[in-house]
Design a protein around this ligand. Structure first.
Ligand SMILES: [Ca+2]
Ligand SMILES: [Ca+2]
Ligand SMILES: [Ca+2]
Length: 344
């Protein structure tokens, strides 16, 4: 009897322990880059907000993948975050030979042709390396809000400059410049943490459809601008496919779901859950939001759409002619915690 009791406990603990640690593991690894050591070193990024893992692709695509996950930050807020420098052979072109690559200097607005931009006797590299302002006195501090605690672990996009990307490393709380694919790769190599397949499996994959299979999952519409024309065409044709699928279901109010991703910083779900007379009920919620809008996470609402306006809205969404700033909402009413937050 004793042995049986023991094995029952053992089974229980095998089931219980992974469930308890999965969320904790993802939480611990928030904002980290992971390398799949039992495979070919494939790189993943654990999103600091939704704690899902995102595949970073092959080395040439890593920078692009990271940019897509970025959140926009203005220059003054960015200045509050110390800059980290990786000592590496790859520097890119460094016109004034001060040790800072031209593209990095452009991003922080120092002079690419002057080793000591502010003429105080310390070159730009030395000042940046030690957290001093290369463009004036004292430490590098912005006048923006101090958002560091919200932003740590994120990929930051310098929206007031040329969209330059930075990795805000949660290990040392410094930001590292992601100027070129080579720099992105350096960052992945330097800060990537080896992880076993078993541990990686404990972190939700952003690509996995875990929903039950009898609900039609129409897929993901990516609202993002791709400079590469072929890629933009791919995105557009995918958009039409996903939108068309959802529209078909909406017409008869059949259960279906689609995800709308907006510029890498927002993921929004439309989930048709049933009908109410000739109206269609759609559950809506975020699975990813900007760091400052965290209070929207984990809340949802049920919106009722009538056939006329709803059809027009999802038709426009499906064929890509939608204007999201429309003042005439498609839904009749929305109920739920999210509706209160969005004041619908
Ligand atoms: Ca330089
Ligand atoms: Ca310089
Ligand atoms: Ca100086």
């Amino acid at each position: 009897m004793k042995i049986k009791y023991f094995s029952f406990l053992l089974v229980l603990s095998i089931i219980a322990i992974p469930l308890a640690t999965n969320a904790a593991l993802a939480d611990k690894l928030a904002g980290r880059i992971l390398l799949q050591v039992q495979q070919k070193g494939e790189a993943w990024f654990v999103h600091p907000t939704n704690l899902k893992r995102y595949y970073l692709g092959n080395p040439t695509l890593m920078l692009q993948s990271m940019q897509k996950l970025g959140v926009g930050v203005n220059n003054e807020d960015l200045k509050n975050i110390p800059i980290g420098l990786i000592e590496t052979k790859y520097q890119g072109s460094d016109s004034d030979g001060d040790g800072l690559a031209d593209d990095l200097e452009t991003a922080i607005e120092t002079d690419i042709n002057k080793a000591d931009s502010d003429g105080d006797g310390f070159d730009d590299y030395t000042e940046v390396k030690n957290g001093y302002n290369p463009l004036g006195e004292g430490k590098m501090v912005g006048s923006g809000m101090n958002l560091n605690a919200f932003l740590v672990g994120n990929i930051l996009l310098q929206v007031q400059q040329n969209g330059e990307a930075w990795y805000y490393n949660p290990l040392d709380e410094k930001r590292y410049f992601l100027g070129r694919p080579e720099q992105a790769l350096e960052i992945v190599r330097n800060f990537g943490l080896g992880i076993t397949d078993a541990d990686l499996d404990k972190i939700t994959n952003s690509q996995t459809q875990t929903e039950s299979s009898d609900i039609k999952n129409c897929g993901v519409i990516e609202l993002i601008f791709e400079e590469d024309e072929t890629k933009q065409q791919e995105l557009t044709s995918n958009w039409l496919k996903v939108g068309g699928c959802f529209l078909d279901s909406f017409k008869t109010c059949k259960e279906a779901k689609m995800q709308l991703n907006s510029f890498g910083s927002t993921e929004y779900i439309y989930d048709i859950v049933g009908s109410d007379g000739d109206k269609c009920r759609i559950k809506e919620y975020y699975t990813l939001v900007e760091p400052l809008a965290q209070d929207l996470m984990g809340k949802d609402m049920i919106c009722t759409y009538n056939q006329d306006r709803g059809l027009k809205y999802f038709e426009e969404l499906a064929n890509g002619t939608i204007s999201f700033s429309s003042s005439d909402p498609a839904y009749e009413k929305c109920e739920g915690e999210l509706a209160e937050h969005l004041q619908r």
